[in-house]
Design a protein around this ligand. Structure first.
Ligand SMILES: Nc1ncnc2c1ncn2[C@@H]1O[C@H](COP(=O)(O)OP(=O)(O)OP(=O)(O)O)[C@@H](O)[C@H]1O
Length: 257
């Protein structure tokens, strides 16, 4: 299991026109097995943070560490899931779900069998030989989740993975991801613009400010909300109060705009 540390991270994007201070001295820790959400106004640096944890971008100053090791390049320990499913239309569902195994040299009979099992766990049994165009948006996003989990990463980075889905599918997928990650003891960071989703799936919600990106405030989600499935979390006592409290912080950070 992977513990994440961001130690005094500053990032400046340099373009022909300007030097943009995107993140200013951000420090945070995510414990192994913890599920943390990042919320904040558009442009506050959420994706920049994920890119650094994924090893796709090096901070201008500071250090990111995974399980105590400085991140200098992408690692197979880390799975990244995005808003778009990026399934290849010419590959079958099984071939799409197993592409990460192929790219990392882990393709074997056993790993393919495990991928089939994962597809079945996600309610996708029988779709293995179909092509992505035959599947609904929610099913395709489940295939993307299987593809992310198939290489067995310790850490999942989820960049608005539910935002393109209809509300009902989104709730179902939140439950599925939350269940799966809890069962497997994975560490996860979710970026989302949906505050109720952040509260429903997370152990902690971190609110960011923008210009420059900084941590504004961190909220612990109480056990009464954490310990039930995301769908029912929204009905728990205290959910609305926490929502309103975080919403107030988002308002002050410009997050509602
Ligand atoms: N490649 C880049 N070159 C220059 N500036 C960039 C680049 N990527 C991001 N930025 C700037 O850095 C800041 C943070 O961007 P980032 O995409 O991390 O924010 P975000 O919080 O994920 O935004 P959103 O919620 O809209 O996805 C923004 O001001 C953005 O314009």
């Amino acid at each position: 299991m992977t513990r994440i540390e961001l130690d005094q991270i500053t990032h400046v994007y340099v373009t022909e026109r300007e030097a943009k201070l995107a993140l200013d001295s951000i420090s945070m820790e995510v414990e192994a097995g913890e599920f943390v959400s990042l919320v904040g106004p558009s442009g506050c640096g959420k994706t920049t943070i994920l890119s650094m944890i994924a090893g796709l971008l090096q901070p201008t100053k500071g250090e990111v560490r995974l399980a105590g090791e400085k991140v200098t390049s992408p690692s197979s320990q880390v799975g990244y899931m995005l808003q778009q499913d990026y399934l290849y239309p010419w590959r079958t569902i099984l071939a799409n779900a197993s592409i990460g195994l192929e790219l990392t040299g882990q393709l074997s009979e056993a790993s393919l069998l495990a991928t089939r099992d994962l597809l079945a766990e996600m309610g996708l049994a029988g779709t293995e030989d179909a092509y992505p165009q035959a599947l609904s948006g929610g099913m395709r996003q489940r295939v993307a989740l299987v593809r992310t989990l198939a290489t067995n990463p310790d850490l999942l980075l989820l960049d608005e993975p539910f935002s393109a889905l209809d509300y009902q599918t989104k709730l179902q997928l939140e439950d599925l991801i939350s269940d799966t990650l809890k069962k497997q003891g994975k560490t996860a960071i979710l970026v989302t613009h949906d505050l109720s989703e952040a509260i429903a799936v997370s152990d902690r919600v971190i609110v960011l400010d923008k210009n420059p990106g900084r941590i504004r405030k961190t909220f612990e989600v109480p056990a009464s909300i954490r310990d039930v499935q995301p769908f029912h979390a929204r009905e728990q006592q205290g959910f609305n109060d926490l929502f309103n409290e975080i919403w107030g912080e988002l308002d002050d950070s410009g997050g509602k705009r």
